[in-house]
Design a protein around this ligand. Structure first.
Ligand SMILES: Cc1ncc(COP(=O)(O)O)c(C=O)c1O
Length: 404
C-alpha cells in the first residue's frame, strides 16, 4: 500500500492552481461516488462532462482490462489496432474521413489550428493565417487555447500570446463580415458554450459564419470537447445546427474517464498534414482507444441518445419546480444532459455556498461563469438519482433563504 495522504497535503505538495473540495473521493460506481469516510454523493458533475457512461461501467472496465493484458503503448511508428478501430467508428458516425488522436481537448484544439493554418498555407496563400474566436469561449489552457479564449483571467502574466487571433462577440451578427475576411484561415466555435454557462449559438449566427467562411475559403473548426459524445442529445452538437464542421475537436466524454482527444476532418483537409508535420507520443494510446471504442459504440445507440433527451426533460421540470418555489434562477438553460442555472443574484443566492452545501448533503454539481450552476451528469444516470439529487439541491437552496 502507498503512503497515507490527507486533504491538507494538497497545499503542501500540489501547485496551487486548484482548490479541491474538502472530501476525498475513494471509489465510484455509475452515478454514485463514495468518499474516504464512506459518505455517498450523487454525481451531477461526471468529472466536468467526462464520465459520460458513469463510473466504472462494467463494459468499459472489461475493455480496459482486456487491452491491459495485450499491449499498453505503441509508438506511432507502428500500426495500432485499437486506434484504427476507434478512428473507423468516428468516420462511420460523423462527417469525418480522417482522424488524429491527442491526449486532451486543448491538444486537439492545437492540432486543429495547425491543420487549418497549414491548409490555407498550402492551398490558398501563405498570408491567410488569422483565426477568429469568440467572446467567453473556452478552448483549454495551452498558449494557443488561452489566446483563443481571449479573457484576461486566462491570459494575464503569460504573454506574449500567439498572434493572428481575432475575437468577435458570440452570437453578434453585426460586423461579422469585417471579422471574417480574406485573411481568415479558420473560425473556431463552440456551438454550445459550456464554461460560459450552456449558451447556445443562434442559428442565424451559425449560418452567417458558414456563409462567410464559404465566401472566404476559411475553415470552420467546431470545438466539441465538452458538447460532444452525446452530451447534447445527439452524438455531436453540430448535428443540431445545420452545419458540417471542416475540423472538429473532441475529448472529455469520448474516453468516458480515460484521457483522450481527437481531431476529425475530411481527407482533403487532412492531406495538408504531411508526414512528420504533427505528432504526439501518447496520442492514440491503445488503452485509451480501447476504452473510447467501447464508449463510442455504446453512445451511438439510439436508445441511449433518446434517453438523454428524456432525462433532460426530467431535469428541466425539476429545476423549474425549484425555481417556482424560491425564484433562485434568473434563467434555466439546457442542451441535453448539460444544464446551466443562472443564479438570481438579486435574491442573494451564492454559488460557492450552494456548491459547499451540496457537497455537505451528498451531491456533486459544477460551476460555470461564476454565476451559474452547471449540471453535466452521466448520460445514463438513473431517473431516481436525478430526482434524489434535485431534492438535495432544493433543500440546499431552501437553506440559503434569509429569514424574513
Ligand atoms: C470546449 C472545450 N474545449 C477545450 C477544452 C480543453 O480540454 P482539456 O482540458 O482536455 O485540455 C475544454 C475543457 O473544458 C472545453 O470545454
Amino acid at each position: 500500500m502507498g503512503s497515507m495522504v490527507a486533504r491538507k497535503d494538497f497545499n503542501r505538495y500540489m501547485m496551487p492552481v486548484y482548490k479541491p473540495a474538502e472530501f476525498i473521493p475513494l471509489k465510484a460506481k455509475g452515478s454514485i461516488v463514495w468518499d474516504k469516510k464512506n459518505k455517498k454523493y450523487i454525481d451531477f458533475a461526471s468529472g466536468i462532462a467526462v464520465t459520460s457512461l458513469g463510473h466504472c461501467h462494467p463494459e468499459l472496465n472489461k475493455a480496459l482490462a482486456d487491452q491491459s493484458k495485450k499491449i499498453w503503448h505503441l509508438s506511432n511508428l507502428l500500426t495500432n489496432e485499437p486506434a484504427l478501430r476507434l478512428a473507423k467508428i468516428f468516420c462511420k458516425h460523423t462527417f469525418a474521413e480522417k482522424v488524429f488522436f491527442s491526449n486532451s481537448g486543448a491538444e486537439a484544439v492545437e492540432a486543429a489550428i495547425k491543420t487549418a493554418r497549414k491548409y490555407a498555407y498550402i492551398n490558398i496563400n501563405k498570408k491567410k493565417n488569422e483565426i477568429v474566436a469568440f467572446s467567453d469561449a473556452f478552448h483549454g489552457r495551452t498558449m494557443m487555447a488561452i489566446a483563443l479564449n481571449g479573457s484576461d483571467r486566462f491570459i494575464e502574466g503569460y504573454g506574449p500570446m500567439p498572434g493572428g487571433i481575432k475575437h468577435h462577440q458570440f452570437n453578434e451578427l453585426k460586423n461579422l463580415e469585417k471579422t471574417i475576411n480574406k485573411n481568415t484561415a479558420a473560425v473556431v466555435i463552440e456551438l454550445v458554450q459550456g464554461e460560459a454557462g450552456i449558451i447556445k449559438a443562434q442559428k442565424a449566427f451559425v449560418q452567417k459564419i458558414k456563409k462567410l467562411c464559404k465566401q472566404h475559403q476559411a475553415l470552420i473548426i467546431v470545438d466539441e470537447v465538452q458538447s460532444g459524445a452525446g452530451r447534447t442529445g445527439t452524438l455531436f452538437a453540430y448535428e443540431q445546427f445545420g452545419i458540417k464542421p471542416d475540423i472538429m475537436c473532441c475529448a472529455k466524454g469520448i474516453g468516458g474517464g480515460i484521457p483522450i482527444g481527437a481531431v476529425l476532418t475530411s481527407t482533403k483537409i487532412a492531406e495538408c498534414m504531411q508526414l512528420g508535420s504533427h505528432g504526439s507520443t501518447f496520442g492514440g494510446n491503445p488503452l485509451a482507444c480501447a476504452v473510447a471504442e467501447k464508449v463510442m459504440t455504446l453512445l451511438t445507440k439510439k436508445t441511449l441518445l433518446n434517453g438523454v433527451k428524456k432525462k433532460e426533460k426530467l431535469f428541466v421540470s425539476g429545476l423549474k419546480e425549484i425555481n417556482k418555489e424560491f425564484n433562485c434562477f434568473e434563467e434555466i438553460r439546457s442542451s441535453g444532459l448539460w444544464l446551466g442555472c443562472k443564479l438570481n443574484v438579486k435574491e442573494n443566492f451564492n454559488l460557492d455556498t450552494i456548491m459547499k452545501g451540496c457537497y455537505a448533503e451528498g451531491l456533486m454539481i459544477l460551476k460555470a461563469n461564476n454565476n451559474t450552476i452547471r449540471i453535466a451528469p452521466s448520460l445514463i444516470i438513473e431517473d431516481k438519482l436525478i430526482l434524489k439529487g434535485l431534492k438535495i439541491l432544493r433543500s440546499v437552496i431552501q437553506g440559503q433563504l434569509r429569514p424574513q
